[in-house]
Design a protein around this ligand. Structure first.
Ligand SMILES: [Zn+2]
Length: 173
């Protein structure tokens, strides 16, 4: 396993607090002469959520907001790169790879929407129009054919159904 050069750095505390405060790995890297890539990995894998929370309290919501925006920006640029990969997979007719990339894209877009609060995760109530279901049409047909030998009942039922506009299209007239 790769050793994290940031974790083992003597400047870890300062680096962590700046990263948690929303400073970009590129800027922190220049400031402390550390690799931006290593900082990025460290930020993703080793920066504790508790520290981020402390940073929000210390530096205020605006900095946290900037950090948040940069997350959205990064996911967006990830999507652009994934889309490039998808075209490549399509060109090479790499179906499995392509569908994996497509899934990644979908998840990334979902993440962006969720981060922006555009996605409502609450369970939604699905309204089903019972009258439009195949089961209902079958039930009406069954009722009407069961009353075949009782013309008056049949007419009464058909009228009643007609009144509530429930006769399935193509049903008995
Ligand atoms: Zn680390």
């Amino acid at each position: 396993m790769r050793v994290c050069t940031i974790c083992s750095s003597s400047r870890r505390d300062r680096v962590d607090s700046e990263l948690a405060g929303g400073e970009s790995p590129a800027v922190v890297g220049r400031r402390y002469r550390l690799s931006p890539d290593a900082l990025r990995r460290h930020k993703t894998n080793h920066l504790s959520p508790a520290l981020v929370k402390v940073a929000v309290e210390r530096y205020g919501a605006e900095t946290a907001r900037n950090a948040f925006d940069s997350v959205v920006d990064r996911v967006e640029s990830l999507v652009v790169r994934l889309e490039g990969l998808l075209s490549l997979a399509e060109e090479k007719k790499a179906l499995t790879g392509g569908s994996n990339v497509a899934r990644e894209i979908r998840q990334s877009l979902e993440l962006i929407a969720r981060l922006r609060g555009e996605l409502d995760d609450r369970p939604s109530v699905t309204t089903v129009n019972v009258l439009a279901t195949a089961e209902f049409a079958a039930a009406v047909t069954a009722i009407l054919s069961a009353t075949e030998r009782y013309p008056e009942a049949r007419i009464a039922i058909a009228d009643a159904l007609d009144e509530i506009d429930a006769l399935p299209v193509g049903g008995p007239s």
